[in-house]
Design a protein around this ligand. Structure first.
Ligand code: TYD
Length: 210
């Protein structure tokens, strides 16, 4: 969103990496500092996207065709970007999303084996090229993350090697684009991790406002 001072931040990581906690801490700190902040999540964030979420994550649909899964995530994202994210960025808000396109690349593109390029392309189309300005990867081993994860869903039921490849995929994405990624080993205290994220967000915000 280079044409406004809005800023788009995505939190990513495997299941149980602590994204929701960090999202809340970041929202509280930025709100306290006087920013207009919008917190949202994927899949979801609008009524239609939340309805898609209830289908795509439901254990009732075990064995859902991987292409259908990828398209449902992209469909939810398209609605989310169009109805919530872009309008908020256009009015200058800081938008924080718990998961975004890189989740589809890691889970559907790599772990499901659909291919990184096709998932990237579908999502570029679905989002009309709306990329995160900063992506924070909360990096935790799959096994540790799954132990911590509450609220089981259809994806969490996948075997350990699926989750290992998700974690590896995020690391690869981050290594390929260090300017847009902040990687934080999720072993520290929530407060220490939050302080690191806030430092980077402030620096990025200042850089964009100049
Ligand atoms: P959620 O309960 O939000 O899990 P978490 O707290 O770990 O974020 O469930 C989201 C699940 O959907 C999670 O297992 C990751 C998966 N997912 C994808 O596979 N592709 C995607 O594009 C997105 C956004 C999520």
């Amino acid at each position: 969103m280079s044409d406004s001072v809005g800023m788009f931040i995505a939190l990513e990581g495997g299941d149980g990496a602590g994204k929701s906690t960090q999202a809340r801490l970041l929202v509280d700190a930025l709100t306290e500092a006087g920013f207009d902040v919008v917190l949202t999540r994927e899949p979801g964030g609008t009524p239609a996207a939340e309805a898609i979420r209830s289908v795509v994550l439901s254990p009732e649909f075990a064995g859902l065709d991987p292409r259908a899964e990828a398209l449902l995530f992209a469909a939810a994202r398209s609605e989310h970007v169009h109805r919530l994210i872009r309008p908020a960025l256009e009015r200058g808000a800081i938008v924080i999303t718990d998961r975004y396109v890189d989740s589809s690349i890691a889970y559907q593109g790599v772990a499901r084996g659909l291919g990184v390029d096709v998932i990237a392309e579908i999502n570029l189309w679905a989002t009309q090229g709306t990329l995160a300005d900063l992506t924070v990867l909360l990096d935790v081993d799959a096994a540790t993350g799954l132990e911590r994860a509450t609220d089981p869903n259809r994806l969490e039921d996948e075997p350990a090697d699926f989750h290992d490849s998700v974690v590896q995929a995020f690391r690869t994405l981050a290594a390929a684009d260090p300017d847009r990624y902040l990687v934080i080993p999720a072993a520290g205290s929530p407060e220490a991790i939050s302080a690191q994220i806030l430092d980077r967000v402030r620096a990025e915000y200042q850089r964009r406002s100049q």
